[in-house]
Design a protein around this ligand. Sequence first.
Ligand code: SAH
Length: 512
Amino acid sequence: MVKTKGKVWLVGAGPGDPGLLTVKGERVLKNADLVLYDNLVGKGIVSLIPPFAEVLFVGKSAGNHTMPQEAINHILLENALLGKQVVRLKGGDPFLFGRGGEELEGLAEAGVAFEVVPGVSSPLAVPTYFGIPVTHRDCCSAVHIITAHGKAGAKPIEWEALVRAGGTFIFLMGSAALDEISVNLIKAGMPKHTQAAILERGTTARQKKALSTLENIVCEAKQAGIAAPALIIVGEVCAYAHKFSWIEQKPLRAVRIAVTRPRKRSAALSAALAEAGAEVVEIPVIAMRPRENIPALDRFFEELRCPSPSEEAKGDGIWLAFTSPWGVEVFFDQLRKKRLDIRALAKIRFAAIGQTTAAGLEARGIIVDLVPEHFSGADLAQALKDVVKAGECVLLPRSSIGSEELCVELGMAGIKYLDIPVYDTVPEHFYNQALGDTLCEDLDWIAFTSRSTVENFAQIFGCEKMIGKKALCIGEQTAKAAEEYGMETLIAENATVAAMIARLEKYVSGGN
Ligand code: SAH
């Protein structure tokens, strides 16, 4: 028995779409010290590898061969023996033509602890993403999953037996052998007009298909330019693709887009993009660091403190204007630390720059008095100018790099204000260079939601990854920053997730 607590998890990453990683797989991945992955693992899943983990790419990269299986087995064993939590991410399911068994041999022999997390396997998931049910009561009662690429010396496929058994046939690792497969099936007695399809990179933004009869599929595949990784499916069920194709109806189905928002704030944008069919790669480039000591806020809270609950609340003539949900979060954390609650804020009026910030306040029991029609610092200043009376004061608990515009406008209007930096935004601690390169390559779009996301992206990954690339921007200021880095920009009509998506959909559908 080994004495260290090292352990290896073989985790099925599914066929590409990050939404198809299992909940358990994600949980395991988040605790990894070392992650090994290869080409079949979707980029959206690679981006979930925790920033503090060591990462090793063991697949084929331009000019380099895949790492030999023995070397991978050795790395798994060595690192587990060092006491690490090792995650081996594998495309689809680890045990289906995934050599998962081989990876476990050495571990079992050495008495190293391991677990296997099953994955959503490509032969089931990929046809689904093309509207092909692998079985259907009307036409087949069996499904066979076959590799067209066995170990040298393995028993050859018994084509006659296969054709006699009937059902749906799914061939993995067979795109280069499509010709051979179709010829053998026909020779073994399968009708030439049997429906067949070859499906490339299913569940990703690059998914592509050729659909035809067994006789013509090779020609169709050539015309469509199908390449590996792809799977071949033969059987009458392929005909349902015409009726049941569903992802092809989605407006952003061919879009691979990076979301650069901080992890905690990316959910809404990522989910809405995925819903519209996009393949989302989360690359957070910014993180929020709350300030521990905020003397201006401490003084303000002391002014609000009433010696007894029966006394009327203080704070007349004060506006609290929030420009981000983070400002709200830090403000209320500080309030609680001082052992005060919303009763102390009863006399205060509240403004929020936009709906998300307003929702953050509402969740804490405050219905906001003022939200400008358009979400920008200038619009918030304008809205405040209309309501703040002489002698009243606006407090701005916000980022230490909040836009100047808001203060300048308030100052010019003669409104008293106090800018209170309550948090700093810092570049997200980032992975190793190779992982960064993997995540950034072959993106169609990068979504930016603030000037600092643009600047941090450049700082972390380098400007050369931005020149000539397409940026989906939340507003003018963000777009200006992206243009400074030579990016082509698309600007949302207003600063909301819905408007960003609507803008991209319009562009993709040819509306410019
Ligand atoms: N363990 C994997 C299969 C590994 S074999 C699983 O369970 O899915 C690799 C083969 O799987 C590829 O050659 C291809 O035939 C198929 N494959 C994997 N992902 C695919 C995808 N997204 N689209 C099409 N075929 C895929």
